[in-house]
Design a protein around this ligand. Structure first.
Ligand code: GLN
Length: 190
């Protein structure tokens, strides 16, 4: 049996994350209230619309609970809108409804709107490429101390690690490659 992981399930691509994690043997719990966090060793904050997910995080009380559990021990996989919510700073956005933990700045929609969505081959951790799917993706800037870049697109970081947090500008849950989710499961404390 793999680790128990929670997927924040308010809006966005949470079903795809759940399916991918279950295919890797994780036992998945959907997170909508603070008490749902009990016993999970990793959390996925999916892509979608960061302002909407952020509002739900605040209203449900999950934001402070999640922040506390991430500071303590839980691993995080945050993709696209989820990664925006995880960053300490977001260009042009007020701080409400964000976890604001990871030392980096996210610039929303930095690669263009929905119609500028694209796919790119990204060498993953210096090895074989994986296919990244970018949909209104953020750009990460000013990565702080303790961060480690896992993938770049045209020289810019599009996936990076900080402590047990893995942030990704693209959507690994929409592709076939399981390496990002595997990497996240490896970060989950047993
Ligand atoms: N695919 C996505 O998650 C897009 C994120 C969206 N641009 C936002 O700012 O919330």
């Amino acid at each position: 049996m793999g680790p128990a992981v929670g997927v924040v399930a308010f809006q966005g691509a949470w079903r795809e994350h759940r399916n991918t994690l279950e295919s890797l043997g994780a036992s998945v719990r959907l997170l909508r209230r603070p008490e749902d966090l009990e016993g999970v060793s990793g959390v996925v904050l999916p892509g979608g619309e960061s302002t909407v997910i952020g509002r739900f995080l605040e209203q449900s009380g999950l934001a402070p609970a999640l922040r506390a559990s991430l500071e303590e021990r839980t691993a995080l996989l945050a993709t696209c809108a989820g990664a925006i919510l995880a960053c300490r700073e977001v260009e042009g956005s007020p701080p409400q409804g964000r976890l604001g933990l990871v030392p980096a700045r996210a610039v929303r929609n930095a690669y263009g709107g929905q119609r500028e969505s694209f796919e790119a081959d990204l060498p993953w951790e210096g090895g074989d490429s994986l296919r990244g799917i970018f949909i209104r993706a953020p750009r990460f800037e000013d990565l702080g101390e303790g961060t480690r870049v896992l993938a770049r697109h045209r020289g810019e970081p599009v996936a990076f690690l900080w402590n047990r947090c893995l942030l990704c500008a693209f959507h690994p849950e929409l592709g076939e490659d399981l390496r990002v989710h595997r990497r996240f499961l490896d970060l989950c404390p047993s």
